[in-house]
Design a protein around this ligand. Structure first.
Ligand code: HEC
Length: 111
């Protein structure tokens, strides 16, 4: 009985976290400088988030791809989109953690 109560308590606690996770990721992007260089549907300095999502197969992206992209946001750099950007590099974001950039990448891939 105690465990059932505990189980419901856990479900109750985790439900708002799931519902809020999309908003949380969008918040992370808005509070960083991402939208200075990216928009969802057109290239600014960086490629459109929709084009990035399409290129990496959106929600089908492998864990390795998600990790690579999360690490790339922290380190910055160029190379994958030179044909689109003319070789401009993404700035580094050493203030962000892998957990944060992983959330951001998942949001980007859902566009
Ligand atoms: C100074 C401009 C700039 C800022 C700020 C910026 N980006 Fe980028 N971003 C770029 C450019 C340019 C590329 C293309 C890099 C390449 O050619 O590999 C890129 C590429 C990406 C990619 C694809 C990487 C790849 O290797 O395919 C993702 C994902 C991304 N950005 C997410 C973000 C997020 C999230 C933020 C905010 C934390 C952000 N960017 C901030 C310019 C920027």
């Amino acid at each position: 009985m105690k465990y059932i109560v505990l189980l419901f308590a856990l479900i109750g606690l985790s439900a708002p976290t799931f519902a809020g996770s999309d908003l949380k990721a969008k918040d992370l992007l808005s509070h960083s400088d991402c939208f200075n260089c990216h928009s969802v549907d057109h290239k600014i300095i960086g490629p459109a988030f929709k084009d990035i999502a399409k290129h990496y197969h959106g929600n089908q992206a492998s864990a390795a791809t998600i990790n690579m992209l999360a690490a790339k946001i922290i380190k910055g750099g160029n190379g994958h989109w030179n044909a689109v950007t003319g070789g401009i590099a993404m700035s580094a974001h050493p203030q962000l953690s892998m957990a944060q950039t992983t959330e951001m990448v998942k949001w980007v891939l859902a566009q």
